[in-house]
Design a binder for this molecule. Structure first.
Ligand SMILES: *Cc1c(COP(=O)(O)O)cnc(C)c1O
Length: 403
């Protein structure tokens, strides 16, 4: 018998973890990603959405998120969970922090996720100043400083930490410093980096940070979260352009009613996220996770380079979360076909999203290890499109058992 226990109690399957079906492949994608069996197992229990047990779990998740984002900063910072994928959380933040009158948002943009923030602002009717860089160039903090100098109407600055389009790690420290020099509010989409790299909002000068359940914390998809300065959020009543995405209203409800969500909450996902947070801590926190991702990333790049694949970005601009590679030079390269072969071999990779070059991406976040990257590059080596003459169907491995 399982106890209907407290947050943190392990869920036991009747036959142990072995009862969970084997996954047919590893997800080497930037979310949803490969999760541990224990994270998946934690969802095998139904939770009601409103009572003390569940709401206590929500409060504990919120507190731990603040501690991760701004260690020791519980007085100044607060966390709000929002149903939906990460974009819903970004939209709720943009639509709630920008006032209805007199707000203007500068967006630093060097990929699809920066463009998405700009698109959100556009749809919400928020005045916008777009600062674009090439997809292969980091967001430009000096250009931001010049823009802020020239345009005092700008009230908020938004940027993407890891631009998942390329895997570029943007210089958020410099961006936030430039914005702070001009007294502007800083909103960072840290979707694909948060939890996988040590970071302190106070030290960096970030006012609002957005991420989601299914990235480096290694939970499953279903909600996003916003960590923000309390004083700032407290002044946002009535700003939102959407009722369902009103971050202030969601926050007020969670604060007043001890972890209650306004509408049906993704209870299983929150339970899985609690487990994922425990596993992040057990691994040694974001610093240890970062070290693992880095080692996986290096193993991946070394292996792929040895096979002649070129990373899109120079090393200094890469993140350890996801890596973009150029298509191989060979004429007959057919990504879709190759993708299916790698999938049959037990690895799901990610298509490219670049306007300027033919690329594909491989994620190193989730429950994957350097050893998996070695197995992947073995599979790539055996895959037919890489082999020159003499390759045959038999060279493609049938199916590699995955963790
Ligand atoms: C994943 C991601 C998002 C959110 O995407 P969803 O599909 O809505 O979860 C936003 N920004 C970045 C940088 C991301 O990597």
């Amino acid at each position: 018998m399982m106890r209907a226990g407290n947050p943190g109690d392990a869920v036991r399957l009747p036959g142990g973890e072995a009862d969970l079906p084997e996954a047919p492949y590893l997800l080497l994608t930037p979310g949803p990603l490969t999760t541990t069996k224990t994270v998946k197992a934690s969802m095998l229990r139904d939770w009601c959405t409103w009572d003390r047990d569940y709401n206590g779990l929500v409060q504990s998740v919120r507190e731990r998120l603040v501690e991760l984002a701004a260690p020791g900063g519980a007085r100044e910072f607060t966390a709000v969970l929002m149903q939906g994928s990460g974009t819903f959380a970004v939209e709720s933040a943009v639509g709630t922090f920008l006032p209805r009158e007199g707000g203007k948002l500068a967006v630093l943009c060097n990929g699809a996720y920066g463009e998405r923030i700009a698109r959100i602002a556009e749809v919400l009717g928020i005045e916008l100043a777009l600062l674009r860089s090439e997809e292969t160039e980091p967001a430009d903090a000096e250009a931001l400083a010049r823009l802020l100098e020239a345009d005092p109407a700008i009230t908020h600055v938004a940027a993407v930490h890891c631009e998942t389009t390329t895997g570029m790690l943007n210089p958020v420290r410099d961006i936030a410093a430039a914005a702070k020099r001009y007294g502007r509010t800083v909103i960072i989409d840290a979707m694909s980096s948060f939890g996988g790299i040590p970071l302190d909002m106070r030290e960096l000068g970030i006012d609002v940070l957005v991420s989601s359940s299914n990235k480096c914390i290694q939970g499953v998809p279903g909600f996003g979260f916003v960590i923000a300065r309390r004083g700032l959020l407290a002044g946002c009543r009535g700003h939102a352009r959407s009722h369902a995405l009103d971050l202030f209203d969601q926050w007020e409800t969670m604060e007043r009613h001890g972890g209650k969500w306004r509408f049906t909450s993704p209870t299983h996902v929150v339970r899985a996220f609690d487990q994922a947070l425990q596993e992040l801590e057990a691994e040694g926190g974001p610093a240890a996770r970062h070290a693992r991702y880095l080692e996986s990333h290096r193993t991946l790049v070394d292996g792929m380079e040895a096979l002649g694949f070129l990373p899109l970005l120079p090393e200094a601009l890469r993140s350890p979360f996801i890596t973009t590679f150029r298509y191989p030079a060979s004429d007959g390269f057919d990504f879709d076909e190759w993708y299916l072969r790698l999938k049959a071999a037990g690895f799901v990779i990610y298509p490219g999203k670049l306007s300027s070059a033919d690329t594909f991406r491989i994620g190193t976040i989730g429950e994957v290890y350097p050893e998996d990257m070695r197995r992947l590059t073995e599979a790539v080596k055996r895959s037919r499109f890489w082999l020159e003459a003499g390759a045959s169907e038999e060279d493609v491995p049938e199916h590699s058992p995955v963790r």
